[in-house]
Ligand binder design. Structure first.
Ligand SMILES: [Zn+2]
Length: 144
């Protein structure tokens, strides 16, 4: 069953996006992406920007990770709020999605819009797992 999500209210904060991603990724509790261990400790730390990072450490292999690790969001410094909105916009506009539209709607630089569009399109083309879709706002998340 598809749950309709309102991208502008449910994903308005970085915290809400992280929680969503974590629930989606680890419905049975946080799991190490490297050794799939379930003994995890949460590290309370703030990133360079002072925002909470929701960082975890595996107590078995010492690997540190967040919900972004191993996803298309991994190597990006952009907030998840921007990513989620971009994904929704691309999903909504399908083939008509373009750099200018993303730039205008998200009020981001052209270079950033181009980066997002390329990554999202590539993930969709490579058969990324479609997790959630609503007819209007279509939020998709996928693994790399
Ligand atoms: Zn581990």
């Amino acid at each position: 069953m598809v749950r309709i999500l309102d991208i502008n209210t449910e994903f308005s904060t970085e915290e809400a996006c992280f929680e969503y991603l974590e629930r989606l990724r680890w419905p049975g509790g946080v799991e190490c992406p490297k050794c799939f261990g379930k003994k995890i400790s949460r590290i309370n730390s703030n990133g360079k920007t002072g925002k909470p990072r929701r960082l975890y450490q595996c107590l078995v292999c010492r690997n540190q990770f967040t919900a972004r690790t191993g996803t298309i969001f991994q190597d990006s410094h952009l907030p998840l709020t921007t990513w989620f909105k971009a994904i929704a916009l691309v999903g909504e506009a399908k083939n008509e999605a373009n750099v200018n539209r993303l730039k205008r709607k998200l009020k981001i630089h052209r270079r950033t819009a181009s980066y997002l569009l390329t990554r999202i399109r590539r993930a969709m083309a490579s058969g990324g797992r479609l997790e959630i879709a609503s007819e209007r706002t279509g939020l998709h998340t996928f693994r790399r």
